[in-house]
Design a protein around this ligand. Sequence first.
Ligand SMILES: NC(=O)c1ccc[n+]([C@@H]2O[C@H](COP(=O)([O-])OP(=O)(O)OC[C@H]3O[C@@H](n4cnc5c(N)ncnc54)[C@H](O)[C@@H]3O)[C@@H](O)[C@H]2O)c1
Ligand SMILES: O=P(O)(O)OC[C@@H](O)[C@@H](O)[C@H](O)[C@H](O)CO
Length: 406
Amino acid sequence: MRAVRVVHLGLGGFFRAHQAWYTGFDDEWGIAAFTGRSAGLAETLTRQDGRYTLVVRGPDSDDLQVQTSVVAAYPGSDAATWRSLVADPAVAVVTITMTEAAYAPDGVVADRLVAGLSARRLAGSGPIAVVSCDNLPGNGEVTARVVHDLAVRLDPALDEWITGNVSFVATMVDRITPRTTPADVREVGGADAVPVITEPYTEWILSGEFPAGRPAWERGGARFVADVVPHETRKLLLLNGGHSLLAYAGSALGHETVAAAVADPQCRAWLDEWWDEACRHVPLPADELTAYRAALLERFANPRIRHTLAQIAADGSQKIPIRVLPVLRAERKAGRRAPGSARILAAWIDHLRGSGAPVADAGAAPYAARAGSVRDVLTLLAPDLDGDTELIARTEGLLRGAEVHG
Ligand SMILES: NC(=O)c1ccc[n+]([C@@H]2O[C@H](COP(=O)([O-])OP(=O)(O)OC[C@H]3O[C@@H](n4cnc5c(N)ncnc54)[C@H](O)[C@@H]3O)[C@@H](O)[C@H]2O)c1
Ligand SMILES: O=P(O)(O)OC[C@@H](O)[C@@H](O)[C@H](O)[C@H](O)CO
């Protein structure tokens, strides 16, 4: 019998394909999950007793797995239930998948966590682990920072309690999970109104303490390591950076999905160019990176996973600084041309000018207003690079569709 011992924030598709799937291997642990804002998914899942079908979609066939680890679902607006569950002494872990943008200072992640942790302190329920599962470098540290920044302003005693009682766990998460479409729901059939489609590949690497215990996630293959950074860098630069390249450059060529873009020899060559450049900045053995690249190509090419470039293109202003700028800076510092990073930068600026996938990004406006000039975009995005005339000329050349060789 599963009791609620995990509380999740961000009841989206990815959480149901990943953390809920791993928790499914330990039948003593149940999850109470909260949506970001809306009530729809919480209501539907409640009608289904938290159950849903995970369609694990390989290149040739599907494996349908009914998931049972979610035992309660609530709308994000139910702040009272959120506080009382985080304050429950039986709850040992809070997990989060809220997108990169939600970690802004005073953003929704800080707001919800501080409210929940404050209730836990008042209830005297003891220590707890907070596990960010968003695609952010140093996601544990980022979560700790936004929580402490808010808590110290509200109540220094709460901040002190958080320091002594809350463990912020860092993670690398990986499982390509496109947004479920109405066509997917019809195709899965049956009574399930909210299935999730995902790929067979999955990875979860964690680093940090669980002072009140945790599910046996290792039964699903999760790995606990001292340092998650090399793995997170590998994934963010190669997978997510590759995705962003295809999302902007591939959609500008008229492609709609990752599989279609990666089948285009032009996009494929750009992907290799980016990976060659990015691999110099991933502190892992070369053979591991070669194997990861080969696996990524197979995953991207899976023709039965319809992962739209439009979905990946969203929130570029949050993603480019994480997925591309570290490589661009390091390459320029080393005196190299950085053609792969410059191409993604150019493709994103082209997207802001109206090419390819539509812009869906709450932070895009100031960049879109400057998109006529690479220098002006850099002034906002990476002021340390806005005097790099060679980089600017190269990026402008790419925007004009002309290769510029330095
Ligand atoms: N989908 C994937 O393949 C995948 C893989 C690895 C990691 N992730 C991480 O998981 C995150 C969520 O992915 P998903 O596919 O589940 O997305 P999703 O859109 O299905 O779900 C995200 C959840 O967060 C909520 N949310 C997002 N921004 C919010 C905001 N500003 N305020 C309030 N609520 C907000 C949404 O309402 C939803 O409940 C990604 O942003 C990424 O960081 C996703
Ligand atoms: O989920 P996002 O918006 O951070 O990024 C879009 C994709 O790059 C991402 O979801 C990948 O599919 C995922 O990170 C694979 O594990």
